[in-house]
Design a protein around this ligand. Structure first.
Ligand SMILES: Cc1cc2nc3c(=O)[nH]c(=O)nc-3n(C[C@H](O)[C@H](O)[C@H](O)COP(=O)(O)OP(=O)(O)OC[C@H]3O[C@@H](n4cnc5c(N)ncnc54)[C@H](O)[C@@H]3O)c2cc1C
Length: 433
């Protein structure tokens, strides 16, 4: 079926996923409307890492200068003993993908940048409007709003988050989300208040991402200083089966977190003493879905609604940026193939990579909380890692290598999603000749 050269696209949700989809698609000339149930634009949240492949796309979309105003670059990831603070492995972040490195920033700052660029590209935002239902026929997606209106579009992207209400309307057999293994307590502190504390000061003196874990397992922490905005973010993970049904709460119990981490390194306990409050984030993930698209291919699950993952590889948002990059590319370079065919190609290309990264995130969670790799699908056991820098130069990327290997890191951070989809299309076309 012949499509127009620019599409009417409806997006549900102004989270990180909906915002980047909106700006990227509008930048390519599509007419984008975004519906968000919250009454106003409310940027919020703790620290977030943007990994090299995602950094590449954000730069391509003209966000480099604005992102550099809110981010700094992580030179390395340090794995540290939670009790002594000793660094037992330092993985250098190398430019494995077209000069891109990790950006560390705060979620609320990134949301503001994405919102600003989406507006500049002409995205029409409607806040305070819930999408209550969606349907499709061969040519159109229909979007039912809480106002009673029904909007027609060529394509609908449901970026309505992990607890997506649209998922069962798009997939008849969507499995239930899986409850989390741990709760994360998020803290933000100013650089000045951390520097003023002699026992915590070292945390404000470098911008590497530090992961603190005990070899015997238990709680773990991820801390990073952002020198550009002079703020530190800390995420403290406590393995627990939390019966509280809320996924996110601005009022975590800081005293509970301090008590749990008693006996950890002085820098961590001092960081917690400085904090006056924390947010609480119950972890959860989606089982791998058989489909991310509806039967006629015009209704698409995007972001956490399709593949929410544990945060322990810092890849949830970054994989969404990759998804958006590939979808945007398909809808501008291959639109003659028709939307349903393109969303199917997109799903087939993206699912294997994202499912692998989800599994890696889960394996990191097991490593951080149990202290060993026992029980991982790969069957690998923890080896004492070397203390020296691990270089990725000359390493051949391999998605099937062990999750702690340089070959796997190179695949994760040096991947070219556009080359990947183009290769897939070429093979598919050849097979049909
Ligand atoms: C503790 C933690 C740390 C993380 N750290 C990282 C990291 O370092 N790097 C990384 O890449 N990722 C990270 N992630 C993952 C990342 O935060 C998520 O993958 C990402 O925020 C998901 O965005 P989303 O837009 O899909 O969903 P959401 O952010 O959940 O947005 C969904 C939006 O849809 C709206 N909505 C819902 N239903 C409707 C409806 N019916 N009508 C209209 N609007 C609706 C909601 O109000 C909301 O605004 C982390 C996650 C956690 C929990």
């Amino acid at each position: 079926m012949q499509e127009k050269s620019s599409l009417n696209i409806a997006i549900v949700g102004a989270g990180l996923g909906g915002l980047v989809a909106a700006l990227s698609l509008a930048r390519n000339g599509h007419h984008v409307q975004l519906f968000e149930r919250r009454p106003t634009f409310e940027p919020k949240g703790g620290g977030i890492m943007i990994r090299p492949v995602a950094t590449y796309f954000l730069r391509q979309w003209g966000l480099k200068a604005d992102m550099e105003d809110i981010s700094d670059v992580s030179q390395a990831t340090l794995y540290r003993d939670g009790g002594t603070g000793k660094v037992f492995v330092r993985r250098k972040n190398e430019m494995v993908f077209d000069d891109n490195l990790d950006w560390g920033c705060f979620r609320e700052d990134a949301q503001k940048v994405f919102h600003k660029h989406a507006l500049q590209h002409g995205v029409k935002f409607r806040f305070g409007v819930s999408v209550t239902d969606v349907s499709e026929d061969d040519t159109t997606a229909k979007v039912h709003l809480s106002t009673g209106e029904v909007i027609e579009a060529d394509l609908l992207l449901a970026a309505d988050g992990f607890l997506s209400r649209l998922r069962p309307k798009i997939l008849s057999d969507a499995p239930a989300p899986a409850p989390g293994y741990s709760t994360i307590y998020q803290i933000r502190l100013s650089e000045d208040e951390v520097l003023a504390n002699p026992d915590a000061r070292e945390l404000a003196n470098n911008t590497d991402l530090s992961v603190w874990m005990k070899r015997a397992g238990g709680g773990y922490a991820v801390i990073r200083c952002n020198k550009t905005v002079h703020r530190l973010s800390g995420a403290f993970g406590i393995p627990e089966r939390d019966d509280d049904p809320r996924m996110w709460d601005e009022n975590g119990d800081i005293e509970y977190v301090r008590n749990y981490f008693k006996g950890y390194s002085k820098a961590l306990t001092s960081f917690l003493q400085i904090a006056k409050r924390c947010d609480r984030w119950r972890l959860a993930e989606m089982p791998n879905l058989p489909q991310w698209i509806s039967p006629k291919g015009r209704l698409v699950l995007l972001g956490d609604s399709a593949h929410a993952m544990l945060p322990d590889a810092a890849q949830g948002f970054s994989t969404i940026v990759e998804d958006v990059g590939v979808l945007s590319h398909l809808l501008s370079k291959h639109l003659h193939r028709g939307v349903p065919s393109l969303t199917r190609i997109w799903q087939e290309v993206r699912q294997p990579r994202v499912n692998k990264i989800k599994d890696w995130a889960k394996s990191n969670h097991v490593l951080y909380t149990k202290g060993t790799d026992d029980g991982l699908k790969s069957g690998e056991k923890t080896k004492t890692p070397p203390t020296q820098d691990i270089s990725l130069d000359k390493v051949v990327p391999d998605m099937n290598a062990s999750y702690r290997s340089p070959a796997f890191f190179k695949w994760a951070f040096g991947f070219d999603p556009i080359e990947d989809v183009e290769r897939y299309i070429e093979k598919r076309d050849m097979a049909r000749l």
